[in-house]
Write a protein that binds this ligand. Structure first.
Ligand SMILES: [Zn+2]
Ligand SMILES: [Zn+2]
Ligand SMILES: [Zn+2]
Ligand SMILES: [Zn+2]
Ligand SMILES: [Zn+2]
Ligand SMILES: [Zn+2]
Ligand SMILES: [Zn+2]
Length: 373
């Protein structure tokens, strides 16, 4: 397997360029010296880009050879990045990759640092590099593009005409700052601005520069609690549904049992939405809950409502039939409504009864004198 990799055809598996100088490590996956230098020096990574094995040393050679056959002890090497060179010519090629040279002034000596070249380009040629590209893209200096002022602006906003893969650096409209790409912009938006976690989980891409705007969104599109402590909260005082909101109100803001019951009651009320002709004088859920004493009378009232009043003149047969139908339906809803209300009420009473029982037990425990042994 190793010897097969070494004998493979003469183009770099990573950049597809002609393999003039080979970089070989212990896994025997040769890549070109440019890719190897980029990896070890610019990205500060020592693993093989083909198999990801950590390579403590690599050797730059003119002809491919198995790593174990190379006489490392006799070679010159670059200590910081553990690169060994077959001959002096390869050292020179390696250094050339990393130098900061002005291609417009060939007679000039290369600069020590990229910042010096940048300064020279600005002062003497009025050319600029894109700071975002310099900061984020691990490229050699000779690969960088220098722009006139106007071209740099175009590069930042729309990209370069000859490079269709880059369509400019996206802008954060809140900060008026550009970011390398959409991923970087998104990271910034999520880190430094606000978004609605309810809408976000449904795939919305909406951001808010300040919390006050998000609060307004919560208020308009979801359920926002602004009572007491919740008024100064962030995120935790917003609820995706009315049920969650009411449950929160009951749990956190109900001062006494009556109020808690009131909050439970509202839940019951909106579950009756399907009924069409809500009877004005009829027994509503609230009445029943407020006056448990009326409970016994309620079914009778509902039943009376289903029957036509005695003084009503007889309608034509068809209408009479449909009226009976409507009234039957109303009576059905009334009974269903009543049943649901009663179930809720029984549950509530059961809970209250349990609370009383617990209280009695705890009182008994406290008052019982210790039994003699
Ligand atoms: Zn390469
Ligand atoms: Zn490898
Ligand atoms: Zn120059
Ligand atoms: Zn750029
Ligand atoms: Zn921003
Ligand atoms: Zn939302
Ligand atoms: Zn609250």
């Amino acid at each position: 397997m190793a010897s097969k990799a070494v004998d493979s055809e003469r183009s770099c598996v990573l950049c597809c360029q002609y393999l003039d100088i080979y970089a070989v490590g212990k896994c025997d996956h040769p890549v070109c010296y440019r890719c190897s230098t980029k990896m070890r020096v610019l990205c500060e990574q020592k693993y093989c880009a083909v198999c990801r094995e950590e390579l403590d040393k690599v050797v730059f050679v003119n002809k491919p050879a198995p790593f174990t056959s190379l006489p490392l002890q006799q070679m010159q090497y670059e200590k910081k990045h553990d690169i060994y060179f077959e001959d002096g010519k390869l050292i020179a090629q390696f250094r050339k990759l990393l130098q900061h040279e002005c291609t417009l002034c060939p007679s000039m000596r290369p600069f020590h640092a990229f910042a010096e070249l940048e300064q020279h380009m600005r002062k003497h040629h009025e050319l600029f590099c894109c700071k975002l590209c310099v900061r984020h893209l691990k490229n050699f200096t000779y690969e960088r593009t220098w722009y006139a002022r106007r071209d740099l602006a175009r590069h930042r906003i729309r990209g370069d005409p000859e490079d269709t893969s880059h369509r400019g650096h996206p802008l954060c409209k809140f900060c008026d700052e550009r970011y390398l790409d959409n991923d970087e912009l998104l990271k910034h938006l999520r880190r430094d601005h606000y978004f609605c976690h309810f809408c976000d989980s449904e795939g919305a891409q909406e951001y808010y520069s300040e919390y006050s705007f998000l609060r307004e969104h919560f208020r308009q599109s979801h359920f926002l609690c602004e009572e007491g402590q919740c008024n100064t909260e962030q995120f935790t005082h917003a609820f995706p549904s009315e049920i969650d909101y009411k449950a929160h109100k009951t749990a956190c803001h109900s001062k006494n049992r009556a109020e808690a019951r009131q909050n439970r009651q509202i839940d019951i009320q909106f579950s009756y939405a399907p009924r069409h002709n809500r009877r004005a004088e009829g027994t509503s859920a609230e009445c029943i809950q407020d006056n448990p004493a009326d409970d016994a009378a309620a079914p009778d009232q509902a039943a009376t409502a289903a029957a036509p009043p005695p003084d009503q003149t007889a309608p034509p047969p068809d209408q009479a039939l449909s009226d009976v139908g409507t009234q039957t339906a109303n009576a059905f809803y009334d009974h269903t409504e009543l049943l649901i209300t009663l179930v809720h009420q029984v549950n509530a009473m059961r809970q209250e009864l349990q609370e009383v029982r617990d209280l009695v037990h705890s009182l008994q425990r406290d008052s019982t004198p210790p039994r003699p042994l």
